[in-house]
Design a protein around this ligand. Structure first.
Ligand code: UD1
Ligand code: CA
Length: 451
């Protein structure tokens, strides 16, 4: 959308979090709440985003280094209206302004787009997102006349009993005409129970100024769920997971136990993939179709092709090709490229290595800093010895090599095409093509030794 800006309030201290970390920097699904709100604003289409910081503002600003947002400082938290006043220089008369909160991370971009469309179609001075709730305690209440026209917002603490009985509440999220907001902010006062400059007081001011003010009522109140303590943080997390899992399921992914599956919102999963319980899938992970993931698997920034099986495994920042089987109990560390139709079995660790097609690393093996070709068999207990205490070195294993059990390959070293390594060998020099390398003592049997 065009001509839209956003002001995000993030100055509050959040004492109830009982944390050294500012409230808005607590994470929901691996992303800080504030970053979530910024990303949502960006998804609406604005690049004019102003974050109002206050409590621990250096930490908050530092967390957004490199992000295209402006910061203003509200050194004393004198109310939501006062917070928005600090952003005055970024409010443009001819732009619409969204008001969002760093501790209200579940608002959807689609809902904000709906709000802006509603706001523009109705030509409102300001449009509110409201909801009808059973328990309206703590919220601002929307007061209307007999014909249903908006009169004002009354904060719960300032409300009369009659006003408290009203069930339509203010979500705190608005779309203002920039010019109307700018003018109204100059007129709000702090003569209320809390002695604060209330942003919602601008609503009545704009309405009395002859502009239309109205609310768009939404059904899903989780969208403006605010986080004040860790119980609510967990609730926000759970709402978020459920939303994502539901979307994935509706798009053709089987999730066996959605309550025990944690998938980030930047994750992409193809159809007919099955996710077993206990999976945590994070970052920019992309999984193809017809895969079986889990149980109990953590994937971070992984690229996984089609028909892959990964169970009881931790894998990060790496690629896995189609039809490859990983686990149980494998550990794939960053910068590994495991191609098609490969087997990475139990208690195998792979780090910073390329593994060629049809290669098997079936059990109890460490492959680090290695370039591994095609059709290679790693015997159980193979170790690439990549570190001499100072530097890391690479191991090169060419196509069709066979490595017997319990071999140490001391890097830098190359096993040439088609060579064999005898079980129990410690290989310190290159093995020529098609040769057998034996690097161990022969067995000696001492007859009658026990007697
Ligand atoms: C606010 C609204 C209320 C609405 C509710 C929805 C006001 C006065 N009331 O109430 O109508 O129903 O949200 O949740 O706006 N903040 C600052 N600086 C300040 C004050 C607040 O940055 O000086 C931030 C807080 O950190 C918080 C947010 O603004 O994230 C909301 O402030 P809060 O005082 O909690 O307002 P509510 O009582 O929730
Ligand atoms: Ca609040």
């Amino acid at each position: 959308m065009n001509n839209i800006s956003a002001i995000i309030l993030a100055a509050g201290e959040g004492t109830r979090m009982k944390s050294k970390t500012p409230k808005v920097l607590h994470k929901v699904l691996g992303k800080t709440m504030l970053k979530r709100v910024i990303d949502t604003a960006k998804a609406v289409g604005t690049d004019n985003i102003c974050v109002v910081t206050g409590h621990k503002y250096e930490t908050v600003q530092e967390s957004l280094k490199g992000e295209n947002v402006k910061f203003v400082l509200q050194s004393e938290q004198l109310g939501t209206g006062h917070a928005v006043m600090q952003a005055d220089e970024y409010i443009k008369d001819n732009e619409d302004v969204l008001i969002l909160y760093g501790d209200t991370p579940l608002i959807k971009a689609d809902t904000l787009i709906e709000l802006i469309n509603y706001h523009r179609n109705e030509n409102n001075g300001v449009s509110i997102i409201s909801a009808v709730v059973d328990n309206s305690e703590g919220y601002g209440h929307i007061i209307r006349d007999k014909s249903g026209n908006f009169i004002k917002n009354v904060e719960y603490k300032d409300a009369t009993d009659e006003e408290k009985a009203v069930k339509e509440i203010n979500s705190g999220i608005y779309c203002f005409k920039g010019s109307s907001l700018k003018k109204a902010l100059k007129l709000i006062k702090n003569d209320n129970v809390q002695g604060e400059y209330y942003l919602p007081d601008t609503l009545e001011i704009i309405s009395c100024g002859g502009e239309k003010v109205n609310a768009m009522t939404i059904g899903d109140i989780t969208e403006f769920f605010g986080v004040n303590n860790r119980v609510q943080l967990a609730e926000a997390e759970s709402i978020m997971y459920k939303r994502i899992n539901q979307k994935l399921m509706l798009n053709g992914v089987t999730i066996i136990s959605p309550d025990n599956t944690y998938i980030g919102d930047d994750v992409d999963i193809g159809i007919d993939t099955i996710i077993y319980p206990g999976c945590v899938i994070e970052g920019k992970t992309k999984i193809g179709s017809d895969c079986e993931i889990g149980p109990d698997t953590r994937l971070i920034n992984m690229t996984v092709a089609d028909n892959v099986t990964i169970q009881y495994t931790v894998a990060m920042d790496s690629k896995i090709g189609s039809k490859t089987k990983v686990g149980p109990f494998a550990y794939i560390r960053p910068n590994s490229d495991i191609g098609e139709n490969r087997k990475i079995g139990d208690f195998v660790e792979v780090k910073n290595s390329v593994i060629g097609n049809n290669t098997k690393v079936s059990h109890l093996t460490y492959v680090g800093d290695s370039d591994v070709g095609e059709r290679i068999n790693f015997g159980c207990g193979t170790v690439t010895v990549n570190y001499d205490g100072h530097k890391k070195y690479r191991t090169v294993i060419e196509d069709d090599v066979f490595i017997g059990c319990n071999a140490n390959l001391v890097a830098p070293v190359t096993l040439k095409k088609g060579s064999y390594v005898a079980a129990g060998s410690t290989i310190t020099t290159n093995v020529p093509e098609k040769a057998l390398a034996v690097a161990r003592n022969r067995q000696k049997n001492i007859e009658g030794w026990v007697k």
